[in-house]
Design a protein around this ligand. Structure first.
Ligand SMILES: [Zn+2]
Ligand SMILES: [Zn+2]
Length: 447
C-alpha cells in the first residue's frame, strides 16, 4: 500500500521539501535502531519509546469522562459488528439512534404545542391577562423554532457553471454512493472536509479544505468525496439536522430556566420552582448525547466504506493516513502564512511580489511537505492513536480502528477514476479559489 514517499506530481512541480537526514540512532530503552529525521519525533518502533511525547490532557469534567468511557466500550464492539461475516456494512438505525430521533422530534413537538397554545390564548380566550400569557408563549415558541442554516457568510463558493468538471466528478461520486449531488461547493483553509444542508429546501453544501485537498492524490480526493457524500446517502445529515436543532432548543430552555445568581427572596422561589424542569432539561441533553454517540461512530465507518466503494480500498486507506498527519499540514500552512504576512507588511523585493502573484505556491509547499513525511511518522501516529484509544475524541472512531475496518474485508476496486486530463481541469477550476483563500488566510491568518 502506498502511504508516503516516492516523488508525487505535486512534489515535482512544487518546492522541494527539506532534505531528509538519513542517520540512525540507538533507542535509549532497548538499543534498537531509531531512524532520525530532524523534522519529526524520534521514536522506537520496537519498544514504543517516545511514541507519544505529548499525550492529550485527561478529560475535563464528569460528562466528558463518561462519554469517552462509553465510546471505549462501544468502540471495539462496533468494529466487530461492522466487519462481521465479510458483509458490506449497511446503514441501520439501532434502537438508541431511533430513540434519540424520537426525543428530538418530541422537543420540536413541544415548541409546536407552545405555538398552538399561544395562538389559542391570544385569539380565542377573552381577558387581557390571558392574552399577555398567550403572547409570551408565542414569543417563546418563536425563539425556539428550528432554523434553516444559511450559506456561511463570506465563504469562497464555487458554482456549477464555474466548475463543470469538478461538479461532474462530484455528480459521478454521488451516483455511485446512491444519493443526490450537491448544489454548492465551498473551499476553505481547514485540513478537513464536510457536508451540510442550507436553506428551506435543504440544498446541499460540500466544503473542501484546501490543505487537505491539495495534499491528496487524485484517487484519494475521490475517496474524500465518497466519504462525504456517503454521509448524505446514509441519512446522517438529515438526522444530524433534526438533532442539532433539538439541541439548540434544549440549550435555550436551559438558558431560560438557569438560576439567578445572588437571588432575592422572590428569585430564590423562582429558582426553586425551576429546579425540576432544569434537571429534566439537563438530563435530556445528556441522554441525547449518550444515545447518539454510537450512531455517529457507526456513520464514520459507513462513510469510509462508501469511500472504498467509490475510489478503491487503497485510496480510502490512503485518505485516512493523510488525515492522520493532518496536523502536520496545518503546522506548515501556519508557518507559511506567517512568513507571507511578514513579507507583505515589510519592505518588498521583486522575488516576494512574485510569491504573492503565485498563490498556488503556498499549497504546493503544504502538499510537498505532506508528501515527504516518512512512513515511520505515519506508523508513530497510528501507534500513538492505538495507545490513546478514545482519549481524544468520542465522536470519531480512532483512525487505527477505521483503517482495520477498511482492511478487514476484500479489497474494493475503484468505481470512479480521474485521468491526468480530468485532474488538470479540476485543478484549473479550483485555481481562482485557491488564490482567494490564499489572500484571505494571509490577511486574516489561519483559524
Ligand atoms: Zn526501543
Ligand atoms: Zn465523516
Amino acid at each position: 500500500m502506498r502511504t508516503t514517499t516516492g516523488p508525487s506530481a505535486q512534489q515535482q512541480s512544487g518546492e522541494q521539501p527539506p532534505a531528509t537526514q538519513q542517520s540512525v540512532e540507538q533507542c535509549p530503552e532497548c538499543g534498537a535502531d531509531v531512524p532520525v529525521d530532524e523534522r519529526f519525533v524520534r521514536w522506537c518502533a520496537a519498544c514504543d519509546w517516545n511514541v507519544d511525547p505529548h499525550p492529550p490532557e485527561p478529560p475535563k469534567g464528569r460528562i466528558e469522562e463518561g462519554r469517552r468511557a462509553l465510546a471505549r466500550r462501544h468502540g471495539e464492539r462496533l468494529l466487530t459488528e461492522m466487519t462481521e461475516a465479510g458483509e458490506e456494512p449497511r446503514p441501520r438505525r439501532d434502537a438508541s439512534a431511533l430513540l434519540a430521533y424520537g426525543l428530538a422530534l418530541a422537543v420540536h413537538g413541544l415548541t409546536a404545542a407552545l405555538l398552538v397554545a399561544g395562538v389559542w390564548l391570544t385569539a380565542a380566550v377573552p381577558g387581557p391577562g390571558v392574552k399577555v400569557v398567550g403572547v409570551l408563549l408565542l414569543l417563546i415558541a418563536w425563539s425556539l423554532r428550528p432554523r434553516w442554516r444559511k450559506l456561511p457568510e463570506g465563504a469562497d463558493l464555487l458554482h456549477r457553471s464555474d466548475a463543470p468538471e469538478l461538479y461532474a466528478l462530484v455528480d459521478q461520486v454521488a451516483a455511485t454512493v446512491g444519493t443526490r449531488s450537491v448544489d454548492t461547493i465551498a473551499v476553505d483553509a481547514d485540513v478537513n472536509a464536510s457536508v451540510t444542508t442550507y436553506g428551506i429546501r435543504g440544498r446541499r453544501l460540500l466544503t473542501l479544505g484546501l490543505p487537505l485537498w491539495e495534499s491528496l492524490t487524485p484517487q484519494e480526493r475521490i475517496a474524500l468525496l465518497g466519504h462525504e457524500l456517503g454521509h448524505y446517502s446514509h441519512g446522517d445529515v438529515r438526522h444530524g439536522r433534526v438533532l442539532a436543532s433539538a439541541y439548540r432548543s434544549l440549550s435555550l430552555w436551559a438558558y431560560y430556566t438557569a438560576p439567578t445568581a445572588n437571588p432575592t427572596l422572590v428569585e430564590m422561589a423562582v429558582n426553586l420552582f425551576y429546579l425540576v424542569p432544569r434537571t429534566l432539561i439537563h438530563g435530556l441533553i445528556l441522554l441525547l448525547d449518550q444515545l447518539t454517540l454510537r450512531a455517529t461512530q457507526r456513520a464514520e465507518y459507513l462513510a469510509d466504506a462508501a469511500a472504498a466503494r467509490t475510489a478503491s480500498t487503497e485510496a480510502a486507506v490512503g485518505l485516512l493516513d493523510r488525515l492522520l498527519v493532518g496536523s502536520a499540514a496545518d503546522t506548515v500552512l501556519r508557518r507559511e502564512v506567517n512568513q507571507a504576512a511578514t513579507r507583505t507588511t515589510g519592505p518588498r523585493s521583486g522575488a516576494d511580489r512574485a510569491g504573492e502573484e503565485r498563490p498556488e505556491r503556498l499549497w504546493e509547499t503544504v502538499a510537498a511537505h505532506v508528501a515527504s513525511i516518512p512512513e515511520s511518522e505515519y506508523a508513530r501516529r497510528r501507534r500513538a492513536g492505538a495507545i490513546r484509544g478514545h482519549a481524544v475524541d468520542a465522536t470519531h472512531p480512532p483512525t487505527h480502528l477505521r483503517r482495520a475496518a477498511l482492511l478487514a474485508g476484500p479489497a474494493s476496486p475503484a468505481a470512479v477514476t480521474a485521468d491526468a486530463e480530468r485532474t488538470r481541469r479540476v485543478d484549473g477550476e479550483l485555481a481562482p479559489l485557491r488564490a482567494a483563500v490564499t489572500r484571505r488566510v494571509i490577511r486574516d491568518g489561519v483559524r
